[in-house]
Design a protein. Structure first.
Length: 510
């Protein structure tokens, strides 16, 4: 690798890119120095992925210039960018599932495939993996790997090709905290070797932990000048990102709790493989409270949520709503009785990807007036109610006729929640409602949940995000291996104690 040039690794000036008239990047300047980790920070929809995709040759900018190590660059494809030493790890991996790790390493690179035997590639994969703290079995097939390991393969692929500029687009969204820490050590190592790394994130603590400088994007434009990470507080960065300081409403201590609205007794639910994932859970949720369910993923959260929403029949136990046993009832009847569900996978379950935002907003209510009159749907009502919700919940990026799947993650989630909370509810079950969202969208979603609670709804918040649970829950239950292993009220719930319970350190109880 020759890195003697004094020029920055990247120098972008006046980059603009519009999609269907929406400016995803608007006159953006961006400089990446050799040997630095440069964080790209911004809310969902701010234009981060677009900028990265331009650098990686996937999109061509409408205007602007780009220099790579001082040389003008006009990429027509990712191959051109790659030839200039630029490698990108996308948010959605591009691996072939039924090929092995080693086979994926050489995929799309005829040169490597010609030069090396399978055994060579396996050995190299192993070596690079060890050198960078990203070990992975070269003979494993991609489908056998965890998401974190698949991401390693993507990174190793770029290292194998000796990318000098590495772009990681929200790499930690799919990682555990331990995997993220390891990734950051790798990122630092790559920068120390003289590579330049762009790290896209909206998690401020990560940016503080690993980056040298930060460029903030908002609504497609760069906010201010790039800042040295060491000089910026998380609060300042958050303010740059959302354009104002964030405040969460706090609870009026005089607010009284209502009656028990959701009561679960000794519930047992199986997972997809037929094993018992919920193993005797009992809990009550009262009107006007948020009960948080903390736990590491895979301890029965999914099955618990499914059972309450009516998506999976429990093998034992009861679920009662306002004292009425609803254990055997259908999803539709639960919706009619006032159970709202905000799922984790927004497009998979919650929304119809091909319909417009307005249509999606009307989906659950369509059987009732004013959406339908007799057997007919009333399009105008869809439009009016939709427009009102879009405005009220600040859902951005909506354009006439545009399928909802083209909205960014944060806006999808706001649409989903807007639709859920406009129904009359007794109970709202929310699973990781802010996962993958930026600070601004997270604040909006949290406010919606608090508003529901203050309006007398019983909220069950199932989340792996401790900050979120601590910020919202009136009471916290810890789920471990399908059982509730601890209960804490929010003033006694310090993260350390919670973390121990989540890791299975069941407390001695008197
Ligand atoms: N391929 C595309 N087609 C249409 N609109 C797009 C496309 N890619 C991005 N956008 C829009 O451009 C804006 C910026 O998106 P993106 O760069 O993905 O933001 P970020 O990565 O910061 O969340 C959003 O409004 C998004 O909806
Ligand atoms: Mg993105």
């Amino acid at each position: 690798m020759t890195l003697r040039s004094e020029s920055p690794a990247l120098d972008l000036r006046g980059i603009s890119k519009a999609f269907y008239g929406v400016k995803a990047n608007d006159d953006v300047d961006f400089e990446l120095r050799q040997g630095e980790v440069h964080a790209l920070l911004g809310e969902n929809g701010a234009g981060k992925s677009t900028l990265c995709s331009i650098i990686a040759g996937l999109y061509r900018p409408d205007t602007g210039t780009m220099h790579v190590y001082g040389e003008p660059a006009h990429f027509r494809s990712p191959k051109d960018a790659f030839a200039a030493g630029i490698g990108m790890v996308y948010q959605h991996f591009r691996l072939v599932n039924n090929l092995t790790v080693a086979e994926n390493m050489v995929l799309g690179n005829a040169d490597l495939r010609m030069r090396y035997s399978d055994v060579d590639i396996e050995r190299q994969t192993h070596e690079i993996g060890n050198r960078y703290g990203l070990p992975v079995d070269p003979q494993a097939r991609i489908w056998q790997l965890s998401v974190g390991e698949q991401q390693r393969v993507e990174i190793l692929k770029q290292l194998q090709r000796n990318a000098r500029i590495l772009i990681l687009d929200e790499p930690t969204a799919v990682l555990t905290p331990q995997e993220s820490d390891q990734l950051f050590r790798t990122v630092r190592q790559m920068a120390d070797e003289g590579r330049a790394v762009i790290l896209v994130s909206h998690k401020l603590h990560e940016i503080k932990q690993v980056s040298d400088r930060v460029t903030v994007l908002r609504h497609g434009r760069r906010v201010g000048e790039p800042v040295a990470t060491a000089d910026a507080t998380p609060r300042e960065l958050a303010a740059m990102m959302v354009g104002h300081d964030l405040v969460l409403p706090t609870r009026d201590p005089n607010e009284h709790l209502g009656d028990v609205v959701l009561s679960i007794q000794d519930l047992r639910v199986r997972n997809d493989r037929g094993l018992e994932a919920v193993r005797g859970v009992s809990l009550d949720v009262r009107r006007g409270e948020i009960v948080g369910i903390a736990g590491v993923a895979g301890n029965g959260q999914r099955e618990l949520a499914y059972a309450i929403a009516g998506l999976r029949r429990p093998v034992a136990g009861t679920i009662a709503l306002d004292g009425v046993d609803i254990t055997g009832t259908s999803v539709t009847s639960r919706i009619a009785r006032g159970i709202g569900y905000v799922p984790q996978n927004r497009l998979g379950m919650g929304l119809a990807p091909g319909l417009t935002t307005e249509e999606n907003l009307g989906l659950k209510a369509y059987r009732k007036p004013p959406f339908s009159r007799g057997p007919f749907l009333v399009p105008k009502t869809f439009k009016d109610v939709g427009a009102q919700l879009i405005d009220e919940y600040d859902i951005r990026g909506v354009r006439p006729g545009l399928p909802i799947r083209l909205l960014s993650g944060g806006n999808l989630q706001k649409a989903l929640i807007a639709r859920e909370v406009t129904q009359q509810h007794s109970v709202l079950v929310a699973r990781s409602p802010t996962r993958g969202l930026d600070v601004g969208a997270t604040g909006a979603v949290r406010n919606l949940l608090l508003r529901e609670r203050d309006g007398g709804v019983g909220v069950l918040l199932i989340s792996e995000d401790l900050d979120e649970l601590l910020a919202l829950s009136d009471r916290l239950l810890v789920l471990f291996e399908g059982r509730i292993v601890g209960e804490l009220t929010s003033d006694e719930a310090d993260p350390a104690r919670l973390g121990l319970l989540m890791a299975g350190h069941v407390e001695e109880t008197a």
